[in-house]
Design a protein around this ligand. Sequence first.
Ligand SMILES: Cc1cc2nc3c(=O)[nH]c(=O)nc-3n(C[C@H](O)[C@H](O)[C@H](O)COP(=O)(O)O)c2cc1C
Length: 310
Amino acid sequence: MIYNTRVYLAPMAGVADEVFRKIVSSYGRAIPFTEMISAKAMHYNDKKTAALLPSAEEGRMIVQLFGHEPGILAEAAEKVAPFATEININMGCPMPKIEGNGDGCALMKNPSLAGEIVTAVKKAVSLPVSVKFRMGIESETSPEFAKAMENAGADKIYIHGRTKEQLYSGKANLSAIRRVKESVKIPVVGNGDIFSAIDAENMLKETFVDEIMVGRGCLGNPFLFREIDHYFNTGELLPIATAEERIDVCKRHLLLAMEKKGEVRGILESRKHLAWYLKTIRGAAKIRNALFSSVNPDEVISMIDSLKEG
Ligand SMILES: Cc1cc2nc3c(=O)[nH]c(=O)nc-3n(C[C@H](O)[C@H](O)[C@H](O)COP(=O)(O)O)c2cc1C
């Protein structure tokens, strides 16, 4: 079966930054999001927050905002509009410091406030406005919540098939995603546990969603987008990436991070990605401690290169 379905790279704070988005873009046509951006921080013109917006080189993309005050979110949406193809509101983040503030998934407990936010942001910008949320807090409330967001004017829904209580445990509930799809007329994007091209197909077959979104499955494995693309276009599974390709992408990530962020910050902020790329590489465990204690570019690069000798 051939699928003509768009695939999104999930917003992932601290992970799916410009460097990783650039790496991903070389393996397929994944549609990127920014990391989540605080509407309140945009209100205060915080420089670090503004740095999360896409660079001129990257161009416009889906910009994700978080917050809980309709006026502040509308103002932030106006500010980020020149960088955006779509404004997405985060209503699914379960992190205590986000939820505790009334942001992220806390909005699922207050559908009328969530709706006011959508309506205010829609009024402020002439871009599509979408929402991203989970299946619920403790139990499933996402079909009714989705309907409320549609009624408030949302143009699209991104749904992760887990409750807040589950965080990342258990499996994404595809039936719950299907019930969201059945409850609204606007497009629905299915998200959760896509780790292979077959998982991507299952998401489509079991939920009937319009599009899909990949998060953790591409960490250390940006090749997943090429695998999904190829499978959706031809019905054939590509062989998984070779050790050599994984070592090469690891080095490319590091070089790009150093170029964008400076040598030391680039090395430090790449470490988690390097660990993911090298997870299955023979010999990587042995150099792990040395690799993750050096901030010397030549040393780090030569250790990565040495893995090719196997
Ligand atoms: C490290 C990390 C950071 C994340 N940051 C965000 C974020 O900024 N905004 C958001 O809406 N979701 C965020 N998420 C959730 C993902 O976008 C996605 O919904 C979730 O990981 C489920 O998809 P997956 O099973 O494909 O990983 C984050 C997830 C991870 C693992």
